[in-house]
Design a protein around this ligand. Structure first.
Ligand code: HSE
Length: 441
């Protein structure tokens, strides 16, 4: 174990500023706890003039990346630039120059993890990425060490602070999501391109990373079914609330009894009784089921300057103590044929469903859509329709179902939307029943 470690940061944005602040302010506390002196050696950013929330020692900030890459006294390169092109080149250069890499770049690892991990192994270095998933929650470490004794059966996660902030505001304040997005951006939660937050891409990046670790399988972005929150309407949040549900953007990784993995990101109604439904604002939470431990849950701030910086600095300390290299060498699955994930088709996924129809308030309407659901083997579990006194107009109807296969729901909806008593596209949102604990199953 090194007693001193020198760090260079590439990217002096929100998280980079937080990392510099923690290293400069908490070096004594870190040394007392870990026995390692963390020294900030260099910060690199194209913008060397904007005032940040930390004062760096004179001469530390530069726009010359080589000042970090060519400095052999720097042991760790912290890549906080984001994106997948320049950042990929940079991480490869850092590894080639004999530096360990610490990063929060989930998009890069989800897309090019295999190549980068292989380069790290070749150079006898490691890549540490605690900050890539769930901000300040030490979820990577929990999976790698705390749950190492388990076969992991399932992961359910709220992994995007921006989406959770938006959905929480829609639920609590009844505001539309475009009005809240700006707020989330101002608070430093959103990605540089917030489309990635809203369309579920950022959550999927995190599921690639966590799923690979949890299930010990190579997982690619293409393996994940993704739906974002861009089409969510306030009406559905309100109706769901009336029926006892809260809407969340959920990442789900489940290992079926046939050994296949089902990996998906989509809006999900959760029962108000489930603890995940009470995770609000920019907070993230992850529920992980292990065969020995049962259900475990992790909760904390999933985005923002200091929570994410907390995870970055934790990685720096773990690299200095030698722990990261051991885990990285033991648990990277990028290049072994036997670790390629076997995937469950989305058609076979079983869920309950919330369906909202705009139905003509005329005799026989209920019978007609109910018949189609029945013909497809789908059992109705609840129906909600508020009284409408203008006979013949259209009325919102909510139907919830008992568990059914996705392929059957899709077939039923295709037929229902053709009915001349149904206006527009039906809205369909999955209701996810997360068991509290399934050890006795
Ligand atoms: N944009 C991300 C989020 C930041 O909102 O969760 C943390 O990865």
């Amino acid at each position: 174990m090194a007693d001193k470690i020198r760090v260079g940061i590439a990217g002096f944005g929100t998280v980079g500023t937080g990392v510099a602040k923690i290293i400069l302010e908490n070096a004594d506390a870190i040394e007392a706890r870990s026995g390692v002196r963390v020294e900030l050696a260099r910060v690199v950013d194209l913008d060397t003039t904007t005032k940040r929330a930390v004062d760096l020692p004179d001469g530390m900030l530069t726009d010359d990346m080589n000042a970090m890459l060519d400095d052999d006294s720097i042991d760790i390169g912290v890549e906080l630039i984001g994106g997948t092109d320049f950042a990929r080149e940079l991480q490869l250069k850092m590894l080639g120059k004999g530096k360990h890499v610490v990063t929060a770049n989930k998009a890069l690892l989800a897309k090019h993890g295999g190549e980068l991990y292989a380069a790290a192994h070749k150079n006898n270095k490691c890549i540490a990425f605690e900050a890539s998933c769930a901000g300040g929650i030490p979820i990577v470490s929990a999976i790698r060490t705390g749950l190492a004794a388990n076969n992991i059966r399932a992961i359910y996660g709220i992994l995007n602070g921006t989406c959770n902030y938006i959905l929480t505001s829609m639920t609590s304040d009844g505001v539309d999501f475009s009005d809240v997005l700006k707020d989330a951006q101002d608070k430093g939660y959103a990605e540089a391109d917030p489309t990635l937050d809203i369309n579920g891409g950022d959550t999927a990046h995190k599921l690639v990373i966590l799923g690979s670790l949890a299930f010990g399988r190579q997982i690619e972005m293409d393996d994940i079914y993704i739906e974002g929150i861009e089409k969510i309407e306030l009406d559905d949040i309100k109706y769901g609330n009336e029926m006892g549900y809260v809407l969340k953007l959920l990442a789900i990784g489940e290992k079926g009894k046939n050994g296949k993995l089902s990996l998906r990101v989509h809006p999900a109604f959760l029962s108000k009784d489930n603890p995940l439904s009470r995770v609000d604002g920019s907070f993230n939470a992850v529920s992980i089921f292990g065969d020995a431990v049962g259900n475990t849950m992790y909760y904390g701030r999933g985005a923002g300057m200091m929570p994410t910086a907390s995870a970055v600095v934790a990685d720096i300390i773990e690299v200095a103590m030698g722990n990261s290299s051991n885990l990285f060498n033991a648990q990277t699955v990028e290049s072994r044929a036997e670790t390629v994930a076997s995937l469950e088709s989305m058609d076979n996924v079983v869920s309950r469903y919330y369906i909202r129809l705009l139905a003509k308030d005329v005799p026989g309407t209920v019978a007609r859509y109910a018949q189609i659901l029945g013909d497809n083997g789908i059992s109705i579990s609840g129906v909600l329709q508020h009284e409408e006194h203008n006979v013949g107009t259209s009325v919102g109807v909510i139907v919830t179902t008992h568990p059914a296969e996705e392929s059957k729901i899709n077939a039923a909806l295709k037929t229902i939307k053709e009915l001349n008593v149904i206006d527009g596209e039906p809205v369909c949102i999955r209701i996810v029943d997360i068991p509290e604990d399934d050890l006795d199953d």
